[in-house]
Ligand binder design. Structure first.
Ligand code: NDP
Length: 489
């Protein structure tokens, strides 16, 4: 079956092009997908435009749209094992992580199935009996939804569920590296009853299909999750036609640990925050900022446990972490390690590919810890998107906050302390979109997710994640019309 979905039918690429999909554990292609041309992408946008302008979806009763979202959640649960297996083959992440992703995605569809039913329209009291003034909400229109490779299914779901719930029509573009779970999701959306043209899918490289999705006048909104440089390009692309462009970008996320935190718990949370999914997480806690008096002990604990992380195939239940997503990405991570060494950071563990025989085919990289870091170093400032933890030390709370906020990004941060008041104080002072106190990593569909600073300008999840796909309209009705009598002639 072809992989591009345009106007309700599955199609091959206009020029017959395909792209191999690589298993990051074997380094080998395990399947191939159709690769869209720029014309295919334009056809997908045109289909979404027709479905919005001439189709029933934007005015479909919200109850019916809600039912389709709920049905999609059920179908995701029905196909959970198959999707999780695909996601693991495609991304390299462990099956346990992929299963959690599918559960989370089903929860997001369920959440928006409920949330779209909440009436956000309102009546405004203008102080006149003869006037009814209402603020109502309409779908924004045609939305291009562009996702990265680290959480392919999850990131696209955070966009498409609220977009559909709001009554928008969509063109989905997963990363060329990890397209498969999105193909499956689109099949489920069609099975759940989404009408033709409302969801379209193009696969293909950003530079090829990107312009049609981000520059075309027929597109009203672009929601993008990915790297900073691509996000900046997409913001510029949308400027000409004044699109609504929301970007969810990278992070360089601080994890602050005070001396009064429970040490074993702090070690565990730092380890998980930095090395889950081999650090390929936008909210990974890659900057450890630790109080001087416990720094040596905490760092030794993290290093000792980092060495014991079991790397392996995502399909092997004993693996705790899989490979990096691609050869090119591993080279980028290696470049950052070389940079860290050149900048004078002290390598405590990792810093190389693992030697074990069974890890030679995959794109593995050892969990890496650099001590002696400071904020002048690029390895502390830039997102490496790999299993690299840097360590900085502080003496006072003010110093900890200053360090944690000294980043161009502002996606997420964590603080570990036994002092509740201090935890709240530091959380209030951090300029980041999410702050965890005595935890690191949880998110829920009900609470907004998004960045401050260069981590982005939009919000996903929660009511604001739905509001992105709606626009307000003020409707003024005069029940007793009479001349304005402004001009007298
Ligand atoms: P990229 O920015 O390279 O790509 C993201 C998506 O944009 C891909 O689908 C890519 O396509 C596409 N793209 C590339 N160029 C263009 C273009 N000119 N026009 C339109 N689309 C384009 O990011 P990665 O895929 O490498 O993902 C990693 C990044 O994502 C990290 O920086 C990470 O922090 C961030 N991220 C942020 C999250 C958040 O919530 N803030 C969550 C998850 C990740 P293709 O790859 O097929 O060429």
């Amino acid at each position: 079956m072809p992989d591009l979905f345009i106007d309700g039918s599955w199609r091959a690429s206009g020029d017959g092009g395909t792209r191999d999909v690589i298993d990051p554990f074997t380094g080998q292609a395990f399947t191939a997908v159709d690769e869209a041309t720029a014309d295919d992408a334009a056809a997908a946008v045109a289909a979404a435009r027709r479905a919005f302008d001439d189709g029933a979806w934007p005015s479909t009763p919200v109850d019916d749209r809600s039912k389709i979202l709920r049905r999609t959640a059920e179908l995701l649960e029905r196909d959970k094992e198959e999707i999780a297996h695909t996601e693991t083959l495609d991304t390299g992440k462990t099956l346990a992580e992929s299963r959690i992703d599918v559960d989370d995605v089903a929860a997001v569809f369920r959440y928006y199935a409920d949330e779209v039913l909440v009436d956000v329209d309102r009546t405004v009291d203008v102080g006149r009996d003869d006037v009814v003034s209402r603020v109502v909400h309409a779908p924004v229109g045609v939305c291009s939804l562009i996702a990265p490779w680290n959480y392919p299914l999850l990131q696209i779901a955070w966009k498409v569920a609220p977009a559909l719930g709001a009554g928008c029509t969509t063109v989905l573009k997963p990363s060329e590296v990890t397209p498969l779970s999105t193909v499956h999701l689109v099949r489920l959306l069609a099975e759940a009853g989404v009408p033709d043209g409302v969801v379209n899918l193009v696969l293909g490289g950003g530079p090829t299909v990107g312009p049609a999705l981000t520059e075309h006048d027929d597109v009203d909104l672009v929601s993008f999750t990915g790297g900073l440089a691509t996000g900046q390009r997409i913001l510029r692309a949308g400027a000409e036609s004044v699109k609504r462009v929301t970007v969810e970008l990278g992070g360089k996320n601080p994890h602050v640990v005070f001396a009064d935190a429970d040490l074993a718990t702090a070690v565990d949370l730092v380890l998980t925050g930095a090395f889950l999914h081999s650090g390929q997480v936008c909210s990974a806690g890659t900057r450890l900022i630790v109080e001087e008096s416990i720094a040596d002990e905490l760092v030794a604990g993290v290093v000792e446990r980092a060495r014991r992380i079991r790397l392996g195939s995502g399909l092997d239940p004993s693996s705790e972490s899989g490979p990096l997503v691609s050869a090119a990405h591993r080279e980028k991570v290696e470049g950052y390690v070389a940079l860290g060494l050149a900048e004078g950071a002290r390598l405590l563990t990792g810093g190389k590919r693992p030697a074990a025989e069974h890890l030679q085919t995959g794109f593995f990289y050892e969990p890496t810890v650099f001590d002696g870091c400071d904020r002048s170093m690029r390895i502390v400032q830039e997102e490496t998107f790999g299993p690299i933890l840097t360590v900085e030390r502080f003496r006072t709370e003010a110093e900890a906050v200053a360090l944690a906020n000294d980043t161009a990004y502002g996606l997420a941060g964590g603080v570990q302390t036994a002092d509740v008041a201090r935890g709240e104080r530091v959380a209030a002072a951090l300029r980041h979109g999410t702050v965890w106190i005595n935890d690191f990593g949880p998110y829920v569909p009900q609470a907004e997710w998004g960045g401050w600073g260069r981590s982005g300008n939009g919000r996903e999840l929660g009511p604001e994640g739905l509001a992105e796909y709606r626009q307000s309209k003020h409707v003024w009705r005069n029940a007793a019309p009479k001349p304005a009598d402004w001009f007298t002639g």
